[in-house]
Design a binder for this molecule. Sequence first.
Ligand code: F6P
Length: 322
Amino acid sequence: MIGLKKIGVLTSGGDAPGMNPAIRAVVRKAIFHELEVYGVYGGYTGLISGNIKKLELGSVGDIIHRGGTILHSARCLEFKTKEGQQQGIEQLKAHGIEGLVVIGGDGSYRGAKALTEQGFPCVGVPGTIDNDIPGTEFTIGFDTALNTVIDAIDKIRDTATSHERTFIIEVMGRDAGDLALWAGLSGGAETILIPEEKYDMNEIATRLRKGHERGKKHSIIVVAEGVCSGVEFGKKLEEATNFDTRVSVLGHIQRGGSPTAFDRVLASRLGARAVELLLEGKGGRAVGIEQNRLVDYDIIEALGRRHTLDLDIYKLSQELSI
Ligand code: F6P
């Protein structure tokens, strides 16, 4: 944007490891281009209440390796209303902010879309462990969460082997199966349940029994939370097989921790690109990565599209877990 002087940045929705390196990239890239940057604290809730402070180079020092978000986050119902959005725009204008970088998942994008439609330029940066944002192959936080899940699966495998048990591991992902699928494949799970594909309890039980007859005494089953509760599934499976079954629900541990190198690089690239777009006068965009190249697309259109999980990976996981 010609003459752009001040931009804002916020994180919203479920936090994701890598949000801090993304904030750092936005702030440093903006200051590199002689812009002033303002941090909005507490997501859209903080935007409505005007919890906005100027950020300097030092504000983002020593955060590249930290999980969570220094700007804090929230899920804000009020921002779904026109009044809430208008209040947010007034706060931005009162601080002289002319463009906003929104780091978050689909709910955050909907907020950014609403602001854009009302004439306030926003750029979306995909930050969620769910990997469910259309227009990018990877979201910030997915890789770190995946590695957290694998670490848990590896540990559970040790005890599953010792006790000859079947383990159900429930992982996050809301309505998307990416985390379960990638974790299941890389953790060597016998069965992976994802919301994108139906499952058949009889088929799973038969497969487990066959493995048992072959001398396989333990099994790992990864269940995406969007399919059903791991506890419910564990009960049904125990009834169907009579195998000694245990359930681990990994929960919010998947959202924390130091971001992996992959997430730090991704966050740095996407955060910096978002600032470039605002400098080029291109509001109403969302950034992403496809085949290791940075891409951007219309944020309004993007939310009309669906994220698609790679079913080839699902097929592969089935072939390798015979
Ligand atoms: O969107 C990220 C996510 O961790 C989902 O995987 C999960 O369903 C949800 O957030 C949990 O939300 P909350 O932290 O509000 O309980």
